[in-house]
Design a protein around this ligand. Sequence first.
Ligand code: FNR
Length: 353
Amino acid sequence: AGLAASRKEDHIRLAHEQRRGPAARNDFDDVEIVHHALDGIDIDDVSLETRVGPWTWSAPLYINGMTGGTGTAHTVNRALAIAARETGVPMASGSVGIALDDPAAAASFRVIREENPDGFVMANIGAGRSAEDARRAVDLLQADALQLHLNAVQETIMPEGERSFSGWMRGLEEVVAGAGVPVIVKEVGFGLSGRTLRRLAEAGVQVADVSGRGGTNFARIEAARRSDDVSYLGTFGQSAVACLLEAPAEGPDLLASGGVRTPLDAVRSYALGARAAGVAGPFLTVALEGGAEGAVDEITAWLARIAELLALVGARSAQEALSTDVLVRGAAREGAQLRGIDLTALTHRTDSR
Ligand code: FNR
């Protein structure tokens, strides 16, 4: 547990350092919502409620899974849990695996529920864990949902990481069947392809978080933890935008994360089909630098800006952003075209209003 804990501390510190300076360009910059100056509606007619799988969330924004198991993690989780309580956004823990192996680490997770007894809380575990572990993770947080992360790229980058992935699909099916709560499957910054989303749907997964490339970059974080340079893998995987564009219509309900930097990125993700947008790295920075108060203020501001942007584009909800006209440019466009995706339908959606 000592090694696992020092890795968690490294991840917090390096994810935070990665965020110094202006936010990097990513595929969300290639997504342009066409402005129609007479399409605006009254902000009072905008509802932030969003339907996600079997749930109605009070906001189309959530604090994504990050941490637990160390002193810093405890402080961060408390600050973010208070912010989740005060703003009503759902919140996920970091991987509970460390607390299943070492009960002393449990308090830094439990604080998420203690500070937010009535909120929507997601427990997080990694692929390869048993259904029994999944239930223990859910129990520890009295969680409403389980996030199961598929992080094969990250494991490959870590010298101490997993090297056997062939059992993941069967294990996932067992966890879906036995977790006791609905399972949200997510990546950790390398994206879920259309093929993966179809396989998840076949396994009965109702909600998936594409968590693509373009935000927190674990290849760069792991490169900074050691002397051998694995940062070249920083360009591996797909962005959230690429994932949303190729997601199957009959697949799981979609959550968008990975490089969501601003409220505009969140609204861009709704326009591409996401029911809600997840933010990890940017909210970690706010919690570390501003504590609970800073996190409350930041998330309150995000929700206000999201409501304003929805009113501006004439959408009464995140789902209605799906009837905005969207232009996809640049690398995101080229990638989608190579995957055979027709982008012209996106540019003419207001025609049918
Ligand atoms: C993460 N992430 C993550 N995801 C997960 O499923 N389990 C985990 O334990 C962690 N741990 C973790 C630690 C830290 C410090 C960060 C910043 C992130 C990944 C996270 O949920 C998300 O998928 C990615 O960070 C991409 O989103 P952002 O950071 O670009 O908003």
